[in-house]
Design a binder for this molecule. Structure first.
Ligand SMILES: [Zn+2]
Ligand SMILES: [Zn+2]
Length: 324
């Protein structure tokens, strides 16, 4: 099969012909139709996450067609493969509905080869049915950007006014969910990024501007999607007493020290790690009812490096998707 392969962190992906995967028991073989490009892929390629398997086929927002294996889906079925690829099922986290925290969890496109390839093997227990209302391209960003964003929104509680700092693939989806739930969205971007601010307003944000400077009123919560540690004390400054700052990314630059006064008043900082299957089922059922529309830019598999570079430079509107 053709695949884009990471051989060493900090280098470009290389297009290669690899042997077809041979799925173990309980695993399905899928033909990859599209695979979304996530910021996590960029962190892996850039060497910011500690322990990817190498060589690695990245990619964990896969929409594929079942070729065979497993018993949960018929051959020909369209399924989504997310970041959470396997968990132990037995630890304190797995048995309490927090499989996202399993110490032994394996992740697609990190511990397991992912979807920047023509074929992928996936454990059927962790795959989702893709809602029919979506094309392959438009469904892909729901599988991580949407899903982990959704978990972040839930962990932000019942905030009526909510900041989304870093308005990329995830925020553009979550903005639509929050707006449908009658919350007011305040979109924080890099200073002077007029295009992204305009995009956020077009999706229902009541304010869009420089995230570091913050909006003109106190917020109930902020979700920080951008991997920039300096946004955490900024967001604490922008939330009211009792408010939450939720860090949605898997990696962030160091958070600068800040006076305790910013946390005082029962403000909360928390992170969001991965997803559970329950998150996926809930979110994918909700998406077509809103309906969430995803803005995607497609690239052929051969241009995976270009797609990652555009993401690195913040030069994407919405989400990048590789068409295989
Ligand atoms: Zn476990
Ligand atoms: Zn992701």
């Amino acid at each position: 099969m053709r695949a884009a392969v990471l051989e060493k962190a900090g280098t470009l992906l290389r297009l290669a012909d690899l042997p077809d995967p041979e799925p173990a028991r309980g695993k399905m073989l899928l033909r990859v139709r599209v695979c979304g490009v996530c910021r996590t892929d960029l962190h892996i390629v850039d060497g910011e996450l500690a322990r990817p398997k190498l060589p690695l086929v990245p990619g964990h927002q896969i929409v594929g067609e079942v070729l065979g294996g497993g018993s949960r889906f018929e051959p020909g079925a369209r399924v989504g493969v997310p970041w959470l690829g396997w968990t132990c099922g037995e630890c304190r986290y797995c048995v309490s509905g927090r499989e996202n925290l399993c110490d032994q969890a394996r992740f697609t496109g990190y511990d397991l080869d992912g979807g920047y390839a023509e074929l992928v093997a996936a454990d059927e227990r962790f795959c989702f049915t893709v809602p029919e209302a979506y094309s392959d391209e438009q469904a892909a960003p729901l599988l991580c950007a949407g899903l982990i964003g959704y978990r972040s929104l839930r962990l932000a509680g019942d905030a009526e006014s909510i900041g989304l700092y870093g308005f990329g693939a995830s925020a553009h989806i979550i903005c639509q969910v929050a707006t449908a739930e009658r919350r007011r969205v305040f979109a924080g971007t890099r200073a002077g990024d007029d295009e992204t601010q305009e995009f956020a307003r077009s999706l229902g944000a009541v304010w869009a501007g420089d995230a570091l400077a913050g909006p003109p009123e106190e917020l109930d919560a902020v979700i920080v999607f951008a991997p920039a540690g300096e946004l955490v004390p900024a967001a604490l400054r922008h939330v009211r007493k009792g408010g939450s700052v939720v860090c949605a990314g898997i990696h962030m630059s160091d958070i600068p020290t800040f006076p305790y006064e910013l946390l005082w008043g029962e403000r909360v900082i928390r992170s969001v790690a991965n997803l559970t299957r329950a998150d996926g089922d809930e979110f994918l059922a909700l998406a077509p009812t809103i309906p969430i529309r995803t803005e995607v830019e497609t690239f052929p598999l051969e241009e995976a490096n270009e797609a990652l570079d555009r993401l690195r430079r913040g030069a994407l509107r919405g989400a990048a998707v590789l068409v295989v």
